[in-house]
Ligand binder design. Structure first.
Ligand code: ZN
Length: 341
């Protein structure tokens, strides 16, 4: 009993010890991890411990507080720890590879853990693929039909060298769409697509925003596609903006939308490209207001939002007041971000 309590105290001290990296989950960065893999010698959060539990060949988990820890395991944890594991298993993570956080979907977190410890994709002995070849990929994905909403198997081709992504309905025919890497975004949308591996690919063509909703039954395959798209985007950004420093480039590879949905746009038909409104920062003269601009009247008696940009004002009509509030909050969140660089 004495040993038990002493070991628990030692472990918790070890978790909080400065300079060990043990105070955050080794896999998702969540603070105060209360679990550990005593096979890998890492401290992890409850969520990640669930993933490790399914990989008994590479990892074994115990709770820091609830389980019994033998002396030799304490010793092992002491001589290993998160920084040590990071040095080994994350020696060569490519700059475009998406490292998931605790709020990311399960497939991203699970594949990150498998890529690190099971497949050892990032250990020092691995040959790092350059972004151009990593951004080239061919294979099939299940794509949701525009009208039928049924998923159909489609051939996809990604070429970082050509700067495009294409997909085919029949191989004998030409591509159904040729999408430029320049204005391509990919993000996991598992709830919206109603599939644990659901990926939303957004792009712009002739000023219109279009979406492809895809999935693959293999978690590895869909995450590999996601990172291949990121590699192609990184290759494009790196070659187009050679002087932009890496920390500024990385967040631009792919983005998660703050809020997504429909608002009705009113006002005169644009002579410019329709489909998107660039939201800049407060310092640049952008502003969001509830209601209509002065002197403007609309037929529908629904809550409105006015987005003020340096060029003009945009009016959006929301379905209800809750939607109006959510959009204002989301837009203000973007506008209030500090200008970088
Ligand atoms: Zn975690």
């Amino acid at each position: 009993m004495m040993d038990r309590d002493r070991n628990k105290t030692l472990l918790l001290e070890l978790q909080r010890a400065a300079g060990t990296g043990n105070d955050r989950c080794a896999d998702c960065g969540e603070p105060d991890p209360e679990w550990a893999s005593y096979k890998l010698g890492i401290f992890i959060c409850l969520n990640c411990s669930g993933i490790h539990r399914n990989l008994p060949q590479i990892s074994r988990v115990k709770s820091l507080r609830l389980d019994f820890w033998e002396n030799d395991l304490i010793e092992f944890m002491k001589t290993h720890g998160n920084l040590c594991a990071k040095a080994k298993y994350e020696a060569k993570v490519p700059p475009y590879y998406y490292i998931p956080r605790s709020h990311d979907c399960l497939v991203l977190r699970e594949q990150w853990i498998r890529a690190k410890y099971e497949r050892e994709e990032f250990v020092a002995t691995q040959v790092c693929q350059d972004p151009c070849s990593a951004g080239s990929r061919e294979g099939f994905l299940w794509k949701r039909g525009r009208e039928s909403r049924q998923f159909q198997k489609r051939q996809f081709l990604l070429s970082a060298r050509e700067g495009v992504m294409k997909y085919y309905i029949k191989e004998s025919r030409g591509p159904k769409a040729i999408i430029s890497i320049e204005n391509l975004n990919a993000m996991f949308q598992t709830e919206k697509i109603q599939h644990a591996h659901g990926l939303q690919i957004t792009y712009n063509t002739n000023g219109q925003t279009r979406n492809l909703f895809v999935h693959h039954e293999s978690g590895k395959e869909i995450v590999d596609w996601f990172n291949a798209i990121r590699a192609a985007r990184y290759h494009y950004l790196r070659t187009t903006f050679p002087s932009v420093p890496e920390p500024e480039l990385i967040p631009r590879i792919t983005r998660n939308y703050v809020k997504e949905g429909y608002m009705e746009k009113t006002g005169p038909k644009d002579a410019f490209a329709q489909g998107q409104v660039f939201i800049g920062r407060m310092e640049e003269g952008y502003k969001v207001q509830a209601g209509l601009p002065q002197g403007v009247r609309v037929k529908k008696r629904k809550p409105a939002i006015t987005v003020v940009t340096p060029m003009r004002e945009f009016v959006f009509i929301c379905e209800n007041e809750r939607e109006q509030r959510e959009w204002i909050d989301a837009l203000n969140g973007v506008i209030a971000q500090p200008l970088s660089g």
